[in-house]
Every structure is written in C-alpha cells, then in structure tokens.
Design a protein around this ligand. Sequence first.
Ligand code: CA
Length: 231
Amino acid sequence: MASVRILIIEDDRSIATNLYDFLTGRGHTVDAAADGVTGLHLAITHAFDAIVLDIGLPGMDGIKVCSKLRSEAHVDTPVLMLTARDTLQDKLKGFEHGADDYLVKPFALKEVEARLTALHKRSSGRVTEKVLTAGELTLDPRTLLIQFAGAEVKLPPKCIRLLELMMSQPGRVFSRAELEHGVWGDSQETSDTLRSHMHLLRRALVEAGGHDPIETVHGLGYRLLERARPV
Ligand code: CA
C-alpha cells in the first residue's frame, strides 16, 4: 500500500497512540494533535493526504474544525470522522460540514487504513473536465462552482461528486450500488451514507432552485431530470 501523509486529531491518548503506532508501522508518515485548535493549525500549515478527526475534542470540536478547514481555510484534504455514536444526525452533521467518510468507535485499525488510502486515492485521481450542464444545473469540475436556476449551490465534497456523476448522464437511472461505487469506491460499507448524502444534496438543490431535480426511481435508484416535474 502506498505511503500516505496522515494527520490524527484525537484527544483520547490510547486511541491516538494505537493509530499512530499502527499507521507508522505500515510505512505512513503520521502527525498528531490532541486538541482541535492545534489540529486545525497543523492541517492548514502542513500538507497531508488525509486527516483522521475525532468529533469529541476539548476546546474546538471536530465538526467545528472540519467546518473551519473547509469554509475558512479552503483546505480540501479528505477527512475521516471518528465518533462514539452511530446516529444519522451525527452523520448528517459531519457530512454537512465537509467530512468525507465516517467511522464509529470502536473500529479496526486496518479499517482506518483502508478508508484513508481509499480517500486519498480518490481525491488525487480527480480529472479536470468541461463544465457539465443538465437543465438549469451547471457544475464546473475545476472550480466546483455549482449553479441551479442561477443560484449558487454550496455542497460538501461527496455531494458534489454524487451530483457530478448523475450530471454525466442526465435522465439515466443510476443504481444505488453504482453511485456508491462511483463516489466512495469499494471501501463503502454503510448503506446510510448514500442516503444521507442524497438527502443533503436534494435539500440544497431545493433551497437554491426551488425544486428537486432528482427523482427516486422505486427499486432501481435515482435519476436527474433535465426538466422540472409537472406539479
Ligand atoms: Ca474524543
């Protein structure tokens, strides 16, 4: 497995030490911070391929760190969130603030490594393409500027990827498996992840353009419509 530069932001000393020892032992370069402010500073001032970010941190929590990283520092290093609770609300909150993936404690160290390398591989493998359009929607893969009916749509990274995929072939039905594979690769395991991102994506589109251009095709998957559905 290729060597990856990883930042661990985790205040639980034994979890942090286990992660550090395991990942360095696997040949990765690892840096660690035990609180949100230090972690955010490191994430902004140094180049990492992926970040492991605990939600419960002293001072500034993981959600805040992720949100500042994305919206203030404009750093798009992939973030794997760690949390003690497995709730849909936590997931939505994490994804909404720019997390790319999510693991619930306790987790297997090998699982962390697999997720991190998958995140890194996908973020470095992005190809630049021409501006995509579908009806009133436009998406520029270079700037990640998305507009719907003239209004800018702000989306977390994975929602952008999801939309980009569906915009590559408007009108076509994409199966859940196809979307999961296209956005998260093979490491994706929880069926909730696609549903959560689809929910965020559709909500953001409705807010920007006044209607939902995505149709749930029962038993098959989802399709992006080029024209608004008749009411
Ligand atoms: Ca913690």
